[in-house]
Design a protein around this ligand. Structure first.
Ligand SMILES: NC(=O)c1ccc[n+]([C@@H]2O[C@H](COP(=O)([O-])OP(=O)(O)OC[C@H]3O[C@@H](n4cnc5c(N)ncnc54)[C@H](O)[C@@H]3O)[C@@H](O)[C@H]2O)c1
Length: 396
């Protein structure tokens, strides 16, 4: 599509909505200068102070208090949907029907059926529709993926990953949408969705899951007095509401290439604020990533251990994906983090809408649906004493 100007909006001005807004603001500063003019048009949030703050902070022209205002706005072409998962389907369907290009946050939807309907809506539309698996933008993750594709560590035998957070560690932390929804909609959907996606991004399709268990430790949480953002609840009332989903989930998985996966996700992992880490272990080497050190990865390959053997630390730099042109100073060891992933994701989305093919496109909604199928299989396994559950829909 060639258009002289693209109008951008973000729906949801909470924790991740702000990261999307900041990402769009940065997006034109990186890579080529071949984008059409990008106009930062509107931020919508039902809580007006959040919308106004984000619009002002990130340089968007106006703040809105309803997502329908974005759907109806003729000056908006490109929209990020960054609200609670339960709202994703309704908002995405309305945006696509109105002819907007859509980037929807993960997990794609609250249920597999909702996700299927969203995929159908995207297929019936000629607009770009993608899901926000933001960690696919990590240079280190992509560098590891390149090595795996080259066969540098031989056949993959074992993927092991954990995503440990502590946002629910305090039983007094306020109730939010994250604690609502049935089993599987808790930490598994919230951060397990990322970990499962990364496992497949690196190691290929998961065909079945086994041995799932889930646990909830805090069963009631205090109701907040006002709107909450991310994990910061603010003041709470004396009332409580029930927590409806899991604090911890662990499971194993089988990949189509014969590798095994072991996974652990938690929102009550004391001291691990955003602890995503993974290792891929092959027959002739290994690679590892830790989000706390996003500008590096570990790599080991070659012969059997001797006195000086072991994984080495590889510093990410311009020889790795996304880095060249992706930062004002794109030099080795300058450093980057999760906010850069959002900016690179925003730029990839804008490129795609503009018909440019400079960056890997957004994962389509069908990848979000497949991810939901795996989360559903894990939940089913947990409900049937850990039995093996086949993943119903293959990775598209
Ligand atoms: N890709 C990532 O790394 C990443 C990180 C965090 C969150 N997320 C995803 O982003 C989404 C939002 O998460 P969050 O942490 O930003 O949540 P949040 O609670 O911080 O923000 C949600 C915002 O939506 C607003 N809102 C509620 N109802 C609304 C409505 N009807 N219309 C408009 N706005 C409304 C709330 O006022 C709030 O400001 C979720 O799907 C989450 O899974 C993704």
């Amino acid at each position: 599509m060639s258009k002289k100007m693209l109008g951008v909006a973000v729906i949801g001005a909470g924790m991740a909505g702000r990261a999307h807004a900041a990402g769009y603001r940065m997006a034109t500063t990186m890579y080529g200068t071949d984008l059409p003019d990008i106009r930062l048009v509107a931020i919508a949030d039902s809580y007006e102070p959040f919308a106004t703050d984000a619009a002002k902070r990130y340089g968007f022209d106006r703040a809105e208090t309803s997502w329908q205002a974005i759907v109806d706005a003729p000056d908006i072409d490109v929209v990020s949907v960054v609200v609670a998962n339960a709202l994703h389907r309704e908002v995405v369907e309305a945006l696509l029907a109105a002819g907007k290009h859509v980037l929807c946050e993960k997990p794609l939807a609250p249920t597999v059926d909702d996700a299927k309907a969203m995929v159908a809506a995207a297929e019936a539309s000629d607009r770009v529709a993608g899901v926000g698996f933001t960690y696919r933008r990590s240079p280190a993750i992509n560098a590891i993926r390149q090595q795996l594709e080259l066969g540098a560590i031989g056949g993959i035998r074992h993927f092991t990953g954990r995503y440990w957070c502590d946002y629910a560690q305090d039983p007094g932390a306020a109730m939010s949408w994250r604690y609502k929804g049935g089993p599987g909609s808790g930490v598994l959907a919230d951060v397990g969705s990322h970990l499962v996606d990364l496992a497949e991004y690196l190691c290929g399709p998961i065909t079945s899951v086994q041995g799932a268990v889930m646990e909830t430790y805090t069963r009631e949480r205090p109701v907040p007095r006002a709107a909450t953002m991310g994990h910061s609840g603010g003041d709470v009332t004396g009332q409580t509401e029930p927590v409806e989903n899991e604090d911890i989930a662990t499971f194993t998985a089988s990949f189509s290439n014969g590798a095994l996966g072991t996974f652990s996700v938690s929102r009550v992992a004391h001291g691990h604020t955003n602890g995503l880490a993974l290792d891929v272990l092959g027959e002739a080497g290994a690679a590892g990533f830790d989000l706390e050190r996003p500008g590096e990865f570990s790599f080991a390959h070659g012969g059997q251990s001797d006195n000086n053997d072991g994984a080495r630390r590889v510093l990410v730099g311009p020889s790795h994906p996304n880095v060249p042109g992706g930062q004002a100073m794109d030099y080795t060891s300058v450093g980057h983090g999760q906010n850069d992933f959002f900016a690179w994701q925003a730029r990839a989305f804008l490129d795609q809408v503009a018909g440019l093919n400079n960056l890997p496109p957004l994962p389509p909604l069908s990848h979000g649906l497949h991810n939901m199928e795996i989360l559903a299989a894990i939940t089913e396994s947990a409900h049937s004493e850990g039995r093996t559950v086949q993943v119903r829909q293959a990775l598209p």
